[in-house]
Design a protein around this ligand. Structure first.
Ligand SMILES: NC(=O)c1ccc[n+]([C@@H]2O[C@H](COP(=O)([O-])OP(=O)(O)OC[C@H]3O[C@@H](n4cnc5c(N)ncnc54)[C@H](OP(=O)(O)O)[C@@H]3O)[C@@H](O)[C@H]2O)c1
Length: 341
């Protein structure tokens, strides 16, 4: 068993995508060499092999102070790698681990660097049947989608109850939600603004594809024709409001996103006349017990088919254009970041 304390460790130089606030208040990001001495004094040093790009990372990289207050900063809310040093005896040197959420990549230097130093309580041991690479194809997007699926199942939304709606379906969380639901034999309708991605969404597992405008009802009707047994909404705003009004009796709508803003204007009738549940997904602060349970499921019975085909890979250097693309809402599927290239 290897136990090392920080005090005896030699500092290491590593590459990281660093976001900076320039003197004219512009934000830039580029790959820099940093030293592990600059990482925070947390308990566990992890060598990061893979990360992934999430919408929040793009906000952090471009100066969104709601996500990251202090710059220079290394974004990356996801990291998968191996233990280098650990205070105490909870982890063995070389053990493969996943770190997602908490404060990683927000105000703690994150997975877009080849090393992170994090509290031991943030670490999930990599399940046996999952590789580091696949864990980051899933990443926070897959984990968040798993929370949504967990809410549906907890509320007895089984495949026989009818069709489940997924909004923002070609995005990271959307793609993973479609893929997990399909693996679990749900009938899934994918709502998207990218109708040219029908073939992709069918491959992921969607049964039918609709244009997102079908889930953007701006009438004042308090209830709409009921279509969905449940929904996983990644967009928010009018799409969440419409999904609630389109959901059948005793359905569940799980929401995680604020692509259309943070406000929700809706009415009480879906709740008091149809018994619809609105369930929140907070991947960052999901309790460790559920976190481990969901990662175990993602490694096994919930693991999407063809995971490799749902992501493209990039290096730290290539992240720049992927950040622009996710901010424009143009990403399709997941972006895996390989820190070893
Ligand atoms: N609460 C949590 O724990 C948690 C975790 C992960 C993500 N999130 C949030 O969930 C949201 C999605 O994250 P993500 O990583 O999946 O982002 P993403 O990969 O950028 O996907 C977002 C998708 O939303 C759709 N979209 C983009 N602009 C839109 C618009 N103007 N109107 C309607 N739909 C639009 C697009 O899908 P289509 O083109 O297919 O419609 C886009 O691909 C973000 O708000 C993110 O911050 C929250």
């Amino acid at each position: 068993m290897v136990k090392k304390a920080f005090q005896i460790s030699m500092s290491k130089t590593f590459k990281a995508l660093v976001a900076r606030e320039e003197s004219d208040s512009r934000f830039t990001h580029s790959v820099e060499n940093w030293d592990t001495d600059r990482l925070p004094q947390n308990e566990v040093l992890v060598k990061v092999h893979y990360s992934s790009l999430n919408y929040k990372d793009a906000l952090s990289a471009t100066g969104n102070k709601g996500v990251t207050k202090q710059y220079p900063h290394i974004p990356g809310i996801d990291a998968a790698g191996t233990i280098v040093e650990s205070e105490g005896d909870r982890f063995l040197e070389g053990a493969p681990v996943i770190v997602t959420g908490y404060d990683l990549g927000q105000n703690t230097f994150g997975g877009f660097g080849q090393y992170i130093r994090v509290p031991a309580d943030w670490i999930v041991p990599l399940p046996d049947s999952l590789s580091l690479r696949k864990s980051m194809i899933l990443g926070t997007a897959g984990f968040t989608a798993a929370i949504g699926v967990h809410h549906l199942r907890h509320n007895k939304i089984t495949p026989d109850k009818g069709t489940v709606l997924v909004t923002g379906a070609t995005g990271g969380v959307g793609t993973m939600a479609v893929a997990i639901l399909s693996k679990l034999e749900y009938t899934v309708t994918a709502a998207t603004g990218k109708m040219d991605q029908e073939a992709f969404l069918k491959k992921v597992g969607a049964t039918s594809i609709i244009h997102r405008s079908e889930v953007q009802d701006d009438s004042s009707q308090p209830l709409l024709s009921s279509r969905w047994s449940g929904a996983i909404d990644t967009v928010g705003g009018i799409m969440l409001d419409t999904a609630l009004r389109q959901t059948k009796h005793n359905g569940t709508v799980a929401c995680c996103g604020n692509i259309l803003g943070h406000e929700l204007h809706t009415n009480v009738y879906p709740f008091i006349l149809r018994g619809v549940n609105l369930a929140g997904m907070d991947s960052g602060n999901c309790l460790m017990e559920l976190r481990k349970e969901l990662w175990t499921k993602l490694a096994d019975e919930w693991k999407p088919h063809m995971l490799e085909e749902l992501a493209k890979e990039c290096s730290l250097k290539e992240l720049d254009k992927e950040i622009d693309r996710i901010l424009e809402g143009k990403q399709v599927g997941r972006v895996l970041v390989n820190l070893d290239t």
